[in-house]
Design a protein around this ligand. Structure first.
Ligand code: NAD
Length: 376
């Protein structure tokens, strides 16, 4: 328990919302951000195709509402490229290819490229065998993991994904612990849905994704209570105390349940793929490596029944639960992202001034001139 008197959650939320409302920044059209991203990644050594894949993934994460995995990542990616922790123009390589089993190596390339190429192989293998288990190791940051079940769902497939890092991204205290031992270890799942909008679950097993702490820090806002602890293991909602010395940790989601799922992300994505689980002494712990276990099913092979009809009936049944709090309806996995994307395509993507400045600095450091529409 905190030594300080706890503030009411409503009070903390009100402070956070007030801070966000006054955060200086600009709304940009997504296409403007894309064009800028293509130029930045090309200047940093990526082929045109790679620059497009990486940028589109990041801007799409912003469109979906996951700013923590959007263009805010660009300066960090470029920093890694400069230090050769992340390698440009790499492609996925099959290490093992036996029927429905794939072990793939990402060669420390951009995770957006490695992920997209790996999912294409998974689609082909699943169509052939009805099922595919693909262990992907040594990928760069795989970004918004929901992108991967989405790619498979667009091909009519249902999938589940477990992700870890191999030591660099240790951020989360295990349930009952007080320092960083586990990575944020996201889990994602997807299945085709109506109108081309798949059902997508995409969650970190940490109480909050680290990128969201970074975004709150950039915006000078507080987090909701119960998400992070400081370097002494005391709960806090202040991002600055998380980044202080000694560093703080993130709570696992859902106490012991999230902690346990995270432990198995390490085993499924890390130990089984050969990319290794989170340990600071791993040989690749000096660079950010994402490993992912993707398990993919072709519903037409598995189910002799009407799979989509059953999913649809389930969705309507769940959605139909009367709101417990008037005005706050039940949302299905992926529904919030679909709505956010519609809004942001129309009204633009908000970039706070601090992030904007970091992007300009990163671009300038690779010799790019700032286009007038993007000047601060
Ligand atoms: N590459 C990595 O190593 C890494 C690590 C951690 C997180 N991430 C990414 O960070 C992003 C953010 O993760 P997060 O845990 O903060 O996500 P989050 O807490 O925002 O949860 C998102 C999920 O919950 C669903 N959802 C949101 N609000 C809902 C509601 N009211 N009712 C029902 N469902 C709802 C969404 O549709 C989505 O599936 C994800 O895209 C994740 O992939 C990546």
């Amino acid at each position: 328990m905190s030594k300080d008197a706890p503030e009411a959650p409503e009070q903390l939320l009100a402070q956070t919302m007030a801070a966000r409302a006054t955060t200086p920044g600009t709304r940009f059209d997504h296409q403007l951000l894309r064009d800028w991203g293509y130029a930045i990644f090309a200047a940093a050594g990526s082929s045109k195709a790679e620059a497009v894949i990486v940028t589109d993934h990041l801007v799409n994460a912003n469109l979906k509402g996951h700013d923590s995995h959007g263009v805010v990542r660009i300066p960090k990616y470029l920093d890694w490229v400069r230090k050769k922790e992340l390698l440009t123009n790499q492609h996925v390589r099959a290490v093992t290819s036996k029927g429905s089993i794939l072990v793939l190596d990402g060669g420390f390339g951009y995770g957006q490229v490695i992920g997209q190429e790996a999912m294409q192989l998974v689609i082909e293998r699943t169509r052939e065998h009805g099922f595919c288990a693909a262990a992907i190791r040594n990928s760069g940051h795989l970004g918004r993991i929901g992108e991967w079940p989405e790619q498979l769902a667009r091909a009519g497939l249902t999938s589940v994904h477990f992700v870890n890092t191999s030591g660099y991204g240790i951020l989360v205290a295990p349930h009952g612990g007080s320092d960083r031992r586990l990575s944020a270890n996201p889990v994602a799942a997807g299945c085709p849905g109506p109108g081309g909008n798949p059902y997508i679950l995409d969650i970190a097993t940490s109480a909050v994704a680290e990128g969201k702490i970074q975004v709150a820090r950039n915006q000078g806002s507080l987090l909701e209570p119960g998400l992070i602890m400081d370097g002494q293991g005391e709960p806090t909602n202040d991002p600055e105390r998380f980044y202080a010395d000694p560093v703080g940790s993130i709570f696992p989601m859902a106490s012991h349940k999230g902690s346990g799922i995270s432990f198995f992300c390490e085993i499924l994505a890390g130990s089984l793929s050969g990319g290794q689980s989170s340990h600071p002494n791993n040989p690749t712990a000096w660079r950010l490596v994402n490993n992912m276990m993707t398990i993919c099913f072709d519903p037409t092979v598995f189910s002799e029944f009407d799979f989509s009809g059953d999913v649809q009936r389930l969705a309507e049944w769940v959605k139909g639960s009367p709101a417990r709090v008037p005005g706050i309806e039940v949302l299905l996995p992926g529904e919030l992202e679909t709505r956010t994307e519609l809004d942001r395509r129309e009204n633009g993507i908000f970039i706070d001034t601090q992030t904007h400045r970091q992007l300009l600095d990163a671009a300038t450091s690779w010799g790019l001139q700032t286009p007038s529409e993007l000047a601060l």
